[in-house]
Design a protein around this ligand. Structure first.
Ligand SMILES: Cc1cc2nc3c(=O)[nH]c(=O)nc-3n(C[C@H](O)[C@H](O)[C@H](O)COP(=O)(O)OP(=O)(O)OC[C@H]3O[C@@H](n4cnc5c(N)ncnc54)[C@H](O)[C@@H]3O)c2cc1C
Length: 501
């Protein structure tokens, strides 16, 4: 197996995660657990089971570590960090720091740093490490050949329980001509060694937005193309509006409400042609990056033989993550709308307990936050105001703008806000959105409050170091406390204080 560019870093990555000399074990007897797919969900399931003393097999057809390590979180966040550095340099004068003219991004060096860090991190997910943890690692494509049997690389594995953790991949946007002109996905964009001067990004969800800003900051002319009227359609509209304004200021060309109908080669590159508001629309670029959603990796598993129901988007599971075969569970992107590494991890723990110990852990009990790592970041947990209305839940909403938070002012990072929705008349949190440079880090406190049923009033009593941007969360608690000071309560307090003079 070879990952391009075939340099020492990628060779190390492959050596750890799909070693060419790897000898698959010879199966001996029935496994307590067989796990298919060694992304986050598979690795967590297998390591957890081995740690509990189970006889466990883990099967991977490509690179251990899955999307997160190889084609997702890890490489994208390494690039985002480099892009932030570039953005800091370009606004250094705002802080009184004069940077000599002529600073530029060395794209090959940025990519090499990413490949080096990815290879370093890949040790944690290596076949050798998992083998030492007591997991029997098989490299090859797995397929069911019966309700309790899986075949891999010519061997048959019998199992008491199995976990399907085969993840998802970039959905094909089915645009005529696109395959012929060629396009990048998350599986190929991190192999680039030259910066595309003009990049057309299809899809303004989390992946499209993160990479559009990153490549713009590296110096590409970036066109972000979205079929709907807004970027980040799943997020609080005020959050999306802040990111949209920032993108426009950074020079990302936004094309909203565009239906792309074909792709073709042009004299100087590739062209997307479509329509917008009834008029023909077209843009030319040197590369096209597709981020229009994810598709479940169900093909080739022969799920019919195991009696596991599925469709193109997921393997079907109940709230206990059990499939239609009671011995088989699923976890991670293959069966979830929460397509995040931390969600895959949490689901794997549920699947493991339910599979091995007759557990009754429920997916619906999880409180799963997420974050889009644009600058500023957009972090979410639970419902937006619109979601709450859609479910008939009345909410009170509290918002603190970052220009009211000293640390954000001092950092020059005042674009953003923290917003919490509570059930009307109570301090029970049903959802929150934070837009800030550190939104992902700030969301932990709110998620804990929701998980442990801690009210917004209690957050007001939690002391936050000054000055931090997380003080925005405490200020939300203060806002809630003040909202309880009705005219009647205020009048009673005034009377008591008068009496005590
Ligand atoms: C560009 C990008 C950035 C992202 N950034 C973030 C982020 O910042 N934070 C975050 O939380 N999430 C992020 N994600 C999402 C995250 O990567 C996924 O949610 C996570 O990897 C899902 O883990 P998984 O174990 O379910 O699946 P995967 O990681 O996809 O692993 C599935 C594995 O199964 C293997 N497999 C499939 N079929 C078979 C078979 N038949 N036999 C054997 N093996 C098989 C695959 O080769 C793969 O290795 C990002 C995703 C992308 C694409």
């Amino acid at each position: 197996m070879e990952i391009t560019p075939n340099d020492t870093h990628n060779q190390a990555l492959v050596r750890y995660t799909h070693p060419s000399e790897w000898q698959n074990p010879i199966p001996s007897g029935r496994y307590n657990l067989v796990v298919i797919g060694a992304g986050t969900a598979g690795l967590v399931s297998a390591a957890g089971a081995a740690g509990l003393g189970a006889k466990v097999a883990l099967i991977e057809r490509h690179l251990l570590g899955g999307d997160c390590l190889n084609y997702g979180c890890v490489p994208s966040k390494a690039l985002i960090r480099a892009a932030r550095s570039a953005a800091e340099v370009s606004r250094a004068a705002d802080f009184g720091v004069q940077v000599p003219a002529g600073s530029r991004v060395d794209f090959p060096a940025v990519m090499e740093r990413m490949r080096r860090l990815r290879a370093d991190l890949s040790r944690h997910d290596s076949a050798e490490r998992f083998s030492k943890l007591g997991v029997e690692v098989y490299l090859g494509e797995a397929r069911f050949i019966g309700p309790t049997t899986i075949e891999v690389a010519g061997q048959r594995l019998e199992f008491a329980k199995a976990v399907i953790a085969t993840g998802a991949r970039a959905a094909d946007p089915a645009i005529p001509g696109l395959a012929e002109v060629g396009y990048l996905t998350n599986e190929t964009v991190f192999s680039l060694t030259e910066l595309p001067p003009r990049l057309l990004v299809l899809g303004a969800g989390p992946i499209g937005c993160e990479l559009a800003q990153t490549f713009r900051r590296f110096g590409s002319e970036v066109h972000l193309i979205q079929r709907g009227p807004k970027i980040m359609p799943r997020e609080d509209p005020d959050a999306a509006a802040i990111i949209q304004q920032r993108f426009e200021r950074e020079g990302i060309r936004l094309h909203l409400g565009v239906k792309v109908i074909r792709a073709e080669k042009s004299a100087k590159g590739k062209r997307l042609v479509g329509e917008s508001e009834g008029r023909e629309w077209s843009r030319e670029g040197d590369a096209i990056l597709v981020g229009v959603g994810r598709k479940a990796n169900v093909e080739g598993l022969n799920l019919e033989a195991a009696g596991v129901a599925y469709d193109a988007n997921s393997v079907h599971v109940d709230d206990h993550l059990r499939t239609t075969n009671r011995r088989i569970f699923a976890a991670g992107d293959i069966c979830s709308t929460y397509k995040f590494t931390h969600a895959a991890d949490a689901m794997a723990r549920i699947a493991l307990q339910n599979a091995l110990f007759f557990g009754r852990k429920r997916m619906s009990r999880l409180v799963i936050p997420w974050c889009t790592y644009t600058d500023p970041e957009v972090a979410r947990v639970g419902l937006t105001e619109a979601d709450a209305h859609g479910r008939g839940i009345s909410v009170d909403t509290f918002t603190v703008r970052l220009d009211e938070v000293d640390r954000a002012v001092l950092d020059g990072e005042t674009e953003g806000f923290a917003r919490i929705h509570v059930r009307r008349g109570t301090d029970r949190i049903v959802g929150a959105t934070v837009v800030s440079a550190h939104a992902g880090e700030m969301m932990g406190e709110i998620t804990l409050a929701m998980t442990r049923d801690i009210g917004l009033g209690a957050i007001a009593a939690n002391i936050h170091s000054y000055p931090t941007q997380a003080e925005a969360i405490k200020k939300l608690g203060d806002l809630y406390q003040r909202s309880r000071l009705t005219p009647r309560v205020a009048s009673i307090l005034r009377t008591i204080l008068k009496w005590r003079r």
